[in-house]
Write a protein that binds this ligand. Structure first.
Ligand code: SF4
Length: 351
């Protein structure tokens, strides 16, 4: 059977992140934290740093909390209720880990499985409203005696079918073992399924952040509150992110200290529920006298900065005219991290 730690880690990383973006992180994580016990024993900051760039940082905090719970219990629970009670594990992940790692009779239903099931049964009701119906139909597939005899293999076969045959744009029905009875194919609408309801417009928020560098080549950072978006991550000090754009004088009144602030560019970033535009200001002073902590500009790559802040660092450091800004020195050369997107790519575990 696959190692439950590997299955769990890959499933957590794949939540809301593409397979292509996950694989290098997954490989580095397993080198750095080869067992659930080593992950549990690591400081949270090390885990957040290794995670930086994958986005959705609540997942990293839950990952660490879950590893501690599992290590203290001597291993992963082997049933859906126990798995679902762990931090950061919802119904889908409990089913995926349960089926793949422990052969629990359950069908994990992600976007790829929804697509296969919607086509196979010709479900025309749009997502997300159709989710319960699709889950029920997936369970019906999982109750087939052959599927129920090997739940892990069945789950991965469904993932593989969605990834390689029943693909989003052009299903290769001629290769599909379910071709003969597929309602979507017979009706000639397979490629249109699953249907989706209209997406609500993503609101836009605005913020201002400040790059403040001292004569010693350090930049001022602060830590975000533990609860909430990007909780516990480091960031450049800044304003709230709000619906109204900030007037420069309004934002500069909230700068960490008095200095010769000058505009240093604009960064755009997309979160799941809103789009963000950040204006940047930069200044250089002999000595920083402000709340937060100083971090060497040359070591920003190793800091637990979320992707949006890496973009800010790359922009502000490059334009601030510092003696050795991160972008100029290549410290944040890979600063704009891989795209974080709702998983639309074929679902497969890199485990
Ligand atoms: Fe998907 Fe075609 Fe197979 Fe139906 S027959 S499940 S549409 S690949």
């Amino acid at each position: 059977m696959p190692d439950p730690y590997h299955v769990w880690l890959s499933e957590i990383m794949l939540q809301q992140t593409t397979v292509g973006a996950v694989i290098p992180y997954y490989e580095r994580f397993l080198i750095r934290f080869p067992t659930v016990e080593s992950l549990a024993a690591a400081p949270l900051d090390d885990v957040l740093t290794a995670w930086a760039g994958l986005g959705y940082y609540a997942r990293a905090r839950n990952l660490h909390a879950c590893a501690r719970t599992v290590a203290a219990a001597g291993g992963f629970p082997r049933d859906l209720a126990g798995l679902g009670a762990l931090p950061g594990i919802g119904e889908y992940t409990a089913r995926a880990v349960g089926a793949i790692a422990f052969d629990v009779p359950a069908v994990p239903v992600d976007g790829n499985v929804e697509r296969v099931v919607a086509r196979l049964f010709g479900v025309e009701a749009p997502l997300p409203g159709a989710k319960p119906v699709l889950r029920g139909l997936a369970d019906r597939l999982g109750a087939d005696p052959d599927a129920a005899a090997r739940p892990g293999d069945f789950a991965q076969a469904l993932f593989d079918l969605g990834a390689t045959v029943c693909t989003p744009a052009s299903p290769a029905c001629g290769l599909c073992p379910w071709m003969a009875g597929c309602a979507g194919r017979l009706a000639g609408i397979a490629g249109e399924l699953p249907r989706r309801g209209a997406k609500p417009a993503r609101p836009l928020r605005h913020g201002v952040h400040f790059w403040l560098e001292d004569a010693g080549g350090n930049v001022l950072l602060r830590r975000r509150p533990e609860a909430g978006l990007l909780g516990g991550m480091a960031e450049l000090p800044g304003t709230d992110w709000r619906a109204l754009p900030w007037r420069p004088e309004e934002a500069l009144a909230l700068a960490p200290m008095a200095a010769s602030w000058r505009p240093a560019g604009q960064v755009r970033h997309g979160f799941t529920h809103f789009a963000l535009t950040l204006e940047l200001f930069a200044a250089r002073v002999d000595r920083v006298a402000a709340e937060g902590f100083l971090h060497p500009v040359g070591e920003l790559r190793a800091a637990a900065l979320p992707s949006v802040m890496r973009k800010c660092v790359a922009m502000a450091a490059g334009l601030a005219g510092s003696s050795g800004g991160a972008a100029g020195r290549g410290d944040a050369g890979g600063a704009v991290e891989p795209v974080i997107a709702r998983r639309a790519a074929p679902k497969q575990s890199p485990a």
